[in-house]
Design a protein around this ligand. Structure first.
Ligand SMILES: [Zn+2]
Ligand SMILES: [Zn+2]
Length: 177
């Protein structure tokens, strides 16, 4: 038996302070948002690809992407079925009737596998629609981190009344919040 030398950490990095140690390490926000973007590549609705990651204490609890319910035909195998709805402010929104949104799928997977997600945060590649936001509030999500804005004006009032936080995060930059 012999003691490991201080500089030999057992991996290929060359030890603490080695050449590879100078590589830029991903920050937590960048890390989880990058995971959300990767997950979005599993999405099947041709209307848009969204990924969601539910996180507590830097630990991934559940993930989801938008697509048809399990076992049903996906939009990329058949076709999207679009319906229109009118928001109270008069703007018309189009959605796909086949699809479950990414954040709802992440919540569904947590429920299916018995994972508690109260007091967690969520990373989503787009800000949530008003319907998903209502569910995120009831789940007890504390902060929603998003990359691309989606009809933020529709959720302004709900954000203000609920106190849930909405923070923009790009995969390449950390927020100040
Ligand atoms: Zn679709
Ligand atoms: Zn939604």
């Amino acid at each position: 038996m012999q003691e490991e030398s201080r500089s030999d950490c057992g991996c290929s990095c060359g030890g603490e302070g080695g050449e590879a140690g100078a590589e830029k390490r991903l920050g937590w926000h960048e890390y989880f948002m990058s995971v959300a973007h990767l997950i979005s590549r599993r999405a099947t609705c041709t209307r848009g690809h969204i990924g969601a990651v539910i996180v507590r204490d830097h630990n991934i609890l559940s993930t989801g992407y938008n697509g048809a319910p399990s076992g049903l035909p996906h939009c990329n195998e058949t076709t999207c079925r679009i319906y229109r709805s009118t928001h109270p402010d008069g703007t018309v929104e189009e959605n796909c009737v086949n699809t479950i949104h990414a954040e709802i799928n992440a919540i569904a997977m947590a429920a299916k596998h018995g994972v508690s997600i109260g007091e967690a945060d969520i990373y989503i590649t787009s800000s949530p629609c008003i319907h998903c936001l209502k569910v995120l509030i009831n789940v007890g999500i504390k902060t929603i981190y998003y990359d691309k804005p989606y009809k933020i004006e529709h959720i302004d009032e709900l954000l203000r009344l609920s106190g849930i936080r909405l923070v923009q995060v790009s995969p390449g930059a950390n927020p100040t919040a």
